[in-house]
Write a protein that binds this ligand. Structure first.
Ligand SMILES: NC(=O)c1ccc[n+]([C@@H]2O[C@H](COP(=O)([O-])OP(=O)(O)OC[C@H]3O[C@@H](n4cnc5c(N)ncnc54)[C@H](O)[C@@H]3O)[C@@H](O)[C@H]2O)c1
Length: 332
């Protein structure tokens, strides 16, 4: 049993990770989260108080971070500004949290010799052509496209430098697109599901040919714990579940699973600089650490996610109108 600090644990993937730890381990968990528009304490209700503590605070607050690093054995760092569209509108919070925030944690890890696992994204690698036989691997050069992905790339490079220069005990993982419960309605899959629940036609960027490599958030969590337990310090591991799908197919699957005609959606102006395709080769994680995903069936994973959004309207309804107003102002 160990004490794990989870930054950004009130966000989508962080909260799924906290639930995963509660259900599958006996670790004590502390969440540090500043509750931006993307953080939601309602994602962390009914957790056992003898194993779970919530701290409302900012990862850039060095004094608070120091105190929490002193009290915990391991830190898993999810906190980030994470939405590409927002980064095109106002990049500064992305620099503040993703770069300065990660730097603040690295300095504490260095001071207290705390084991740190840094969560990152495959978007640091840029994109692939639709017909490219290649997938991203740990040796793919960084080539980020957006303010979001460039600040994530910057944070990864800081972690590597702190490992090399100061001997910080850290690992990094770069994961593909996640889906599952507790995801903010601004993101592609929940936005379409909640539109259909409200009787609104889903919106598809451009022709919908962009390909994402989908993984269930639970599989991301099991991969992260595998790396925390067995990963080699200083190493990077790519996390993916061979889930390539284009956006058009995903929207059509959501519509048909929800009993609508497959073509009952509208095309909207594409996002500027929209990456074409992401695809992950997770051979290193599978062969060296023995991890494998358990949610291999995307159709049943999407059906379960739809059921979750239907059953939890009180969780997402408060943010839906503001999210749609933001997209409407951009013609999307
Ligand atoms: N969503 C994906 O598909 C995906 C895929 C690969 C990697 N990632 C990475 O996983 C991590 C989590 O992504 P997500 O989708 O759960 O994001 P999210 O936006 O849903 O959650 C981010 C959380 O971080 C918190 N936060 C933001 N700034 C903070 C600060 N300065 N101090 C403390 N807390 C702060 C927010 O309140 C929120 O709870 C990110 O690092 C992201 O880059 C996401």
């Amino acid at each position: 049993m160990s004490k794990i600090l989870v930054t950004g644990g009130a966000g989508f993937i962080g909260s799924n990770f906290v639930h995963y730890l509660m259900d599958n381990t006996d670790h004590e968990v502390t969440v540090l989260d500043s509750l931006t528009y993307a953080g939601n304490k309602a994602s962390l209700v009914d957790l056992p108080s003898n194993r779970f503590t919530f701290v409302h605070g900012d990862i850039r607050d060095a004094e608070l971070v120091d105190e929490l690093f002193r009290k915990n054995d391991t830190v898993v760092h999810y906190a980030a500004e994470s939405h590409n569209d927002n980064s095109l509108d106002n990049p500064r919070p992305f620099l503040e949290t993703n770069i300065i925030g990660t730097y603040t944690l690295l300095e504490a890890a260095r001071k207290y010799d705390t084991r740190l696992h840094h969560i990152s994204t495959d978007e640091v690698y840029g994109d692939l052509e639709l017909d490219d036989p290649e997938r991203f691997s740990e040796s793919t050069p960084y080539n980020p496209s957006s303010p979001y992905s460039s600040t994530k790339a910057g944070s990864d490079l800081l972690v590597r430098a702190w490992v090399r220069s100061f001997g910080v005990r850290a690992t990094i993982s770069n994961c593909s697109n996640n889906y599952g419960p507790y995801q903010h309605v601004e993101k592609f899959i929940p936005r379409q599901i909640t539109n259909v629940i409200r009787g609104v036609r889903p919106k598809l960027y451009g022709a919908g040919e962009n390909v994402r490599d989908w993984i269930h958030a639970d599989d991301h969590s099991s991969a992260v714990m595998t790396i925390v337990d067995k990963g080699v310090l200083g190493e990077t591991y790519l996390i993916g579940a061979d889930g390539e799908k284009n956006n058009k197919d995903v929207v059509e699957l959501i519509l048909t699973t929800m009993g609508q005609p497959a073509d009952a959606y509208d095309h909207v102006t594409d996002r500027p600089g929209h990456d074409l395709r992401y695809a992950i080769d997770s051979t290193k994680l599978r062969t060296e650490l023995g991890w494998k995903p358990t949610h291999a069936d995307f159709e049943s994973g999407i059906a379960a996610t739809i059921d979750w959004y239907k059953a939890n309207e009180a969780w997402w309804a408060p943010t839906k109108d503001a999210t749609e107003a933001f997209y409407a102002s951009k013609g999307q």
